[in-house]
Write a protein that binds this ligand. Structure first.
Ligand code: NAI
Length: 430
């Protein structure tokens, strides 16, 4: 009998830094629906890139773990405890799309993963790939990273159905303690209620993570996106706490528009722009803010003005998809959920399980491939990550596309999921 001499190597997080062995074990949830297909393509591309970059001196040991429909069939549980503890133990992981169980009080699995592992940053870089059909004239001007807060806001899960005992007793309680405020609710009998917690700690930690990211990635500007004009003590507080931590902790590295406004009698667009240019020229990150509805306009009209957006959970949810759509990338946008204090991170495809094309070799694997590329960068394997970008850029420029994209591109060559992965690998090494 052959003895298994394989020793598992584990990524750890020590003194604020990831320590990555050469042969790390990384847990993966391939996912439901198209999950297996897009995962197989991703695994092929990542293994190929790592091999080309490090010639056998590094490689990833993938460990499949269960969640979603597959987990339910095999274990009777949608999100087994073992999966959560594996993501904690191995620190860095990756996942495909999961079927969200409908009804029965079961939480979205993605929300559950983010909350249980306290992955407070949802990181979404949005850029255009030459050759991807986009609805705007200049998609190449979009290169924006979104930091979306992932654990607070109306995603708290505290919600009471209209007419339920909970809603009625909550209204009664409000009436007892805040008789004036309760009058602001127009129809008290038939009203659903939700709670929107935004904390100082939660706001500070995401803004701090975003500034550290901006410094590392040489971003010039950071914009806090909020709806503080309407929700003063949640969205507005997020903004003020964000500016506070920026000025207190990163005083010599950033310059905020709030600092500048304090020194001014008049505020104006032109003056602010001049100040922004001055700050950037002196090597500082310019931090400003924008109200959410204006942000949707401005990123569409002047995307080149934005490098990094930092925002609350619901704003971030909307903005991430809108920006991805702007570059035609809604089906290929990557994402990650990260806790920068524990290092724990799950990289993920941002699309769903696409049941209607599952098993047909039609799915576009780019979202999961690009998420894996982000993961490689996160663990410091830039060489392999760069190869993946190179392979993907060339494949798209050659118009070799899966059906979701090829249908919109003239003279494109329609390829299946597997073939697309092979083409990306070939384009890496040529
Ligand atoms: P979906 O993203 O699965 O599908 C929307 C449309 O995009 C469909 O036409 C689909 O065919 C297409 N599509 C999605 N990914 C594609 C890919 N990689 N290549 C080619 N075409 C692609 O969203 P839908 O239909 O709302 O949800 C289906 C299931 O997925 C639900 O159970 C939902 O809860 C779940 N879901 C899971 C997510 C996750 O795990 N992160 C995110 C979104 C939905």
């Amino acid at each position: 009998m052959i003895k298994n001499t394989f020793q598992e190597q584990i990524i750890t997080y020590q003194q604020g830094k990831l320590v990555v062995p050469d042969f790390p074990t990384i847990p993966v949830i391939p996912g439901d629906g198209i999950g297996d297909e897009v995962w197989n393509a991703t695994e092929k591309v990542v293994n190929f890139a790592v091999n080309v970059a490090y010639k056998g001196k590094k490689s990833i040991q993938w460990k499949k773990v269960l969640a979603g429909g597959k987990a339910f069939q095999e274990t009777g549980t949608w999100l087994p405890d073992e999966t959560l503890s594996d993501f904690r133990h191995y620190v860095v992981g990756i996942k495909g799309p999961l079927t969200t169980p409908v009804g029965g009080g079961i939480r979205s699995l993605n929300v559950a993963l983010r909350k249980d592992l306290d992955l407070y940053v949802c990181l979404r870089p949005v850029r255009w790939f030459n050759g991807i059909p986009a609805p705007v004239h200049h998609p190449e001007n979009v290169n924006i990273t979104i930091f979306r807060e992932n654990t607070e806001d109306v995603y708290s899960g505290i919600e009471f159905a209209a007419g339920s005992t909970e809603a009625l007793s909550f209204i009664e309680l409000l009436g007892q303690h805040f008789p004036k405020e309760i009058q602001k609710i127009r129809f008290k009998e038939d009203v659903g209620l939700a709670i929107k917690p935004i904390s100082k700690h939660g706001s500070e930690r995401i803004v701090q993570a975003a500034i550290e990211y901006a410094l590392k990635e040489n971003k010039k500007t950071l914009t806090l996106v909020h709806k503080g004009n309407i929700m003063k003590f949640t969205e507005g507080a997020f903004l003020q706490w964000g500016y506070d931590i920026a000025e207190q902790k990163f005083g010599s590295e950033v310059y905020t528009s709030r600092q500048w406004q304090r020194t001014q009698n008049s505020s104006g667009e032109d003056f602010a722009n001049a100040e922004k240019v001055k700050a950037i020229k002196s090597g500082k990150i310019w931090i400003n803010d924008i109200i959410t509805d204006a942000a949707f306009q401005q990123v569409l009209l002047y995307p080149q003005e934005f490098d990094l957006l930092v925002t609350t959970n619901l704003n971030g949810d909307y903005l991430s998809d809108a920006l991805a759509a702007q570059v035609g990338g809604i089906g290929i946008a990557p994402g990650a959920n990260i806790n920068y204090q524990t290092g724990i991170a799950i990289f993920e495809a941002t699309h769903g399980t696409a049941p209607s094309i599952a098993g047909k070799n039609m799915a576009n694997p780019s979202s999961l491939i690009l998420s894996a590329e982000m993961m490689l960068r996160y663990i410091g394997w830039e060489g392999a990550a760069n190869l993946i970008i190179h392979g993907l850029e060339r494949s798209i420029a050659e118009k070799k596309l899966t059906p979701d994209l090829s249908q919109f591109v003239e003279q494109s060559i329609r390829v299946g999921t597997n073939e697309f992965a092979d083409i990306v690998c070939k384009n890496m090494s040529d």
